[in-house]
Design a protein around this ligand. Structure first.
Ligand code: FE
Length: 340
């Protein structure tokens, strides 16, 4: 089962990865994501450019700590994380540097780019509403409706400590202001079918088991449920349906898998070639399909499996950078209303 991160390479493997002849063309990637399709993608880059992609894979916070510890001696050139909020931590830690690329600027929608050219989005992950078809006739059509008392005791959603919900609330703060956002969080909490528990897959499992009628989850957890075997989900996946929230308004909240140039970047030129390669049509499609995500570049269709979900209008007005800017306010609101 693909995951957002993988075990770190063993020390020996890591050493081996970075002991290469001085003349070798390479780029050193620190990534919190690993899918088999990514391997094929990086091999394609090597084939086209002759530049080897060396990888260290670990959880994002471990990679950021490592970059901080390595400082000026860091061999890293590129950092990839699966959430803008996490990339913001890297930004605050000072382990990134601004890049200048007309290609990236042109290809990636502005709202998916850091205002300071410190990172950009590679793939979109939508946070959407799922529901049990046999129990819900008129599902909520917007995030705002999740706080409507008519959904009392029906909603499954994970804890507030998770970055996905922090970014969602941060976007609500950006759109409606803090007071309305606080009322919204209190309303959703009031409507929960159970105390927040587990990850996104567990919210979908709650629909299958009948514990809840409505659930909030990133879209790809659902796709995993029919693309492969996910216990507690796959057997009931056909009984679930989904809503792309806020289609008549600002659009659906999306987070991003992001890429950045690290502060030291001994192979900066190769790193920029690599980053620009990642925004090409082919790379975008391959990269997104690895986790059933949607490409960041507009006008490309998603992966085959994602096409089951169809196309949607992503929030085109709320800048992604607002998620990190409002992260602290979001956490404060969650704490105030008692959403664990
Ligand atoms: Fe995830």
């Amino acid at each position: 089962m693909p995951r957002s991160y993988t075990r770190p390479l063993t020390a020996a493997a890591a050493l081996f990865a970075f002991v290469a002849p001085a003349f070798a063309q390479e780029v050193n990637l620190y990534s919190s994501r690993h899918y088999e399709s990514d391997d094929a993608l990086y091999a394609k880059f090597t084939e086209e450019t002759g530049i080897t992609v060396n990888r260290i894979e670990a959880k994002a916070d471990e990679l950021i700590a490592r970059l901080e510890a390595e400082g000026d001696n860091s061999p890293a050139d590129v950092l990839i994380t699966v959430d803008v909020g996490v990339m913001d931590r890297a930004e605050s830690a000072g382990v990134l540097q601004p890049f200048d690329s007309a290609t990236i600027e042109e290809r990636i929608p502005e709202r998916f780019q850091s205002p300071d050219n410190l990172w950009f989005g590679l793939a979109q992950r939508a946070r959407i509403i799922f529901y049990a078809k046999d129990r819900v006739e008129n599902p909520p059509q917007t995030y705002e409706e999740l706080a409507d008392p008519k959904w009392d005791d029906t909603i499954c959603i994970r804890s507030s400590s998770n970055i996905y919900n922090q970014s969602l609330l941060a976007s609500v703060i950006e759109v409606h202001g803090e007071d309305v956002a606080k009322d919204w969080a209190a309303g959703v909490l009031e409507n929960m079918a159970r105390a927040p528990q587990g990850g996104d897959t567990d919210q979908l499992r709650g629909l299958v088991s009948g514990e809840c009628d409505v659930a909030v989850s990133n879209h790809y957890y659902y796709v995993r449920g029919y693309a492969g075997q996910v216990d507690g989900l796959t057997e009931g996946v056909d009984d679930l349906a989904w809503v792309w929230p806020n289609q008549d308004g600002r659009g659906t909240h999306v987070n991003l898998t992001t890429a950045a140039l690290t502060a030291n970047a001994p192979n900066e030129e190769n790193a920029m070639k690599f980053l620009e390669f990642l925004v090409s049509d082919t790379a975008q499609q391959m990269f997104a399909s690895g986790n059933h995500e949607y490409p960041a570049v507009e006008g490309l269709s998603g992966a085959e499996t994602t096409e089951r979900l169809g196309d949607f209008k992503a929030d085109g007005t709320t800048p992604t950078a607002a998620f990190s800017r409002n992260a602290a306010k979001a956490q404060a609101i969650f704490n105030q209303v008692g959403w664990d």
